[in-house]
Design a protein around this ligand. Structure first.
Ligand code: TXA
Ligand code: MG
Length: 325
């Protein structure tokens, strides 16, 4: 079992030391828990791939303390400056041309690198005391549901890593939005995430090319595979709200995951992510709820899709990958 550490001064100091020595530590961010290692240490980063059983062609995000730290690792541009001014620290990741100081294992041999500056107070206390960036994918076994609590990391990776820093439940609950800025004149959304793309479009004063859900660009973002974030239980998606009639007569071996609380029918196999359909709450609770239902021994999970805008795009992206077989 991994040791779960409270974020007090002594433990924070120890965690910085473990990272400097090439150890892995699971650390909370505002999106999901990340499995962190010193991004300048190729051997340490290799341990991330081994612990997650992640294919080595799937590159890692490098986390930095501030925009100014970027020059050492990559080549920022006007577009990244505008977006960092508006949204960093926060749930937005840039793809930029990389510099040689970053080992190939981190970027899977690509000549670009994914960078972000997280906004979680515990993550910030760690990174501000390190003189290296932190490579950190979500702290889940490859292709399983991402962790939003220390207990999720313990359940899946507890026998493969030594330390989990406990920062409580993640506030946002879905991963960062990823935007390809290699060509600043042609920014592309690679992954919908916790920062709604409408906000990015406003900041850049232009419309962005959006990912096609039927044709994920596996060559550009190797990790955005059609099947991901997946529970073991079969997941069926509904594009329309499930009617009360269906809930009232439902087979108890099937569990429902609704966007909002139903008005009449309440039973053990009916779960909801928010009272009234607020997208922030739905995103924050999504992964924890999927895990809970996945462990519930049900034959099938039936989940409702969110509206196709704002955070709903990220929620639906995760649900569709989770449902993909
Ligand atoms: O919110 C987040 O982004 C979390 C927290 C821990 O920061 N991290 C996260 O990392 O979601 P991960 O590894 O689970 O997802 C990163 C995605 C992968 O799909 C990967 O393929 C893509 O970013 N990626 C990384 N480097 C890339 C690059 N140079 N070009 C294109 N895609 C890249
Ligand atoms: Mg992930």
């Amino acid at each position: 079992m991994a040791r779960i550490l409270k974020p007090n001064e002594e433990n924070l100091r120890d965690v910085r030391k473990f990272l400097r020595l090439g150890e892995l530590v699971a650390i909370p961010t505002e999106t999901v828990y990340g499995l962190a290692a010193n991004a300048l240490d190729a051997e340490a980063c290799a341990k991330i791939f081994a612990a997650k059983e992640r294919p080595t062609n799937d590159p890692l995000i490098c986390h930095v303390s501030s925009y100014d730290a970027l020059d050492r690792f990559c080549k920022p541009n006007d577009a990244s400056k505008t977006l960092a001014d508006a949204f960093w620290p926060g749930p937005l990741t840039f793809i930029l041309p990389k510099k040689p100081i970053i080992p190939d294992i981190v970027t899977a041999g690509l000549d670009s690198i994914a960078v972000r500056s997280p906004n979680h107070p515990v993550f910030r206390q760690i990174i501000e005391g390190c003189d290296f960036p932190l490579a950190a994918p979500s702290a889940n076994p490859f292709a399983y549901i991402s962790p939003t609590m220390a207990a999720h990391v313990q359940a899946n990776l507890g026998d493969r890593i030594d330390y989990i820093l406990d920062g409580g439940p993640c506030e946002l609950g879905v991963e960062s939005t990823i935007i390809d800025l290699r060509n600043p004149r042609d920014p592309k959304v690679l992954r919908y995430g916790a920062l709604p793309i409408e906000k990015i479009e406003n900041a850049l004063k232009r419309r962005l090319e959006r990912p096609n859900p039927n044709q994920p660009e596996i060559t550009i973002a190797p990790g955005t595979l059609p099947s991901h974030y997946s529970p073991r239980t079969t997941l069926e998606l509904r594009s329309k709200s499930v009617q009360e009639e269906e809930l009232a007569t439902s087979d108890r071996s099937i569990v429902y995951l609704l966007l909002r609380k139903p008005s009449h029918t309440l039973s053990n196999n009916i779960h909801w992510l928010s009272e009234k359909g607020e997208l922030e709450t739905i995103a924050a609770k999504l992964y924890a709820k999927l895990r809970e239902l996945d462990d519930g021994g049900y034959a099938k999970i039936i989940a409702e899709e969110a509206p196709e805008l704002g955070l709903g795009l990220a929620i639906n992206d995760r649900l569709r990958r989770a449902a993909f077989k």
